[in-house]
Design a protein around this ligand. Sequence first.
Ligand code: ZN
Length: 274
Amino acid sequence: MRVYISVDMEGVAGVVHEDQTDPIDPRHAGEYNRSRRLMTAEANAAVEGALAAGAERVLVNDSHWRMMNILAEELHPAAELLSGGPKAHSMVEGVELGFDAALFIGYHAMAGVSPAIIDHTYTSLVHEARLNGRPVGELAINAALAGTYDVPVALVSGDQALAAEARDLLGPSVETVVVKHAVGRFAARSVAPAEACRRIREGAAAALRRSHTPWRLAAPIRLEVDFTLTQMADMAELAPGSVRTAGRTVTFTHDDYREVFRAWRALYNLASVE
Ligand code: ZN
């Protein structure tokens, strides 16, 4: 069995604020470096669960911000680490190499959900993203790309809002590991990191012993992105093939989700150009 693990930081136990997930501002380096250790420990717990279920190959993809967060020197020796960027498939880079299942660790709810720790969808520029009319977050956007390569999402870990989003999207077969209960955007009641790792390890092993169905969208696949400001849509609509469908909204439609994902990356990156 080959297991793919995408690891974000906002959904890690003990992490509640953007100051703790910010790799850029040196004022936050102390908190950020603590979060890196917590993130690495949860990634390793997922690796251990995968190995317990019989995995022979495990790839860990660093999926947060600049994607250089996981401490390589502390990585479980049975796993490979994919880090750095830009990566064409971003949070699910490497999933195209062929895997039996994916685990999404440290994930968070889509923009606009409350209470949920640091709810957002890739960037603060996105007010709402929709796929075939359904509001989606990083979970769905990445699960759909994994589904394109026949890889189902077997487990997600994060707060209770992410767990609800996962059950709603993927149905009851997905294992949801709740490591904290958000009480606001920047406040949560969290289990201890060691307990979070135990839940992830046991959840991953249990999830990988069940079968799961890849999540796919029916063609034609329509992506709609509502940006927070119209000037962002002014830039995003320059992406070839995209259509401005409302003041804040740019739409892209294609039968192949891999093209839709490319458009998604292009749209929100263009929107960030001032
Ligand atoms: Zn992140």
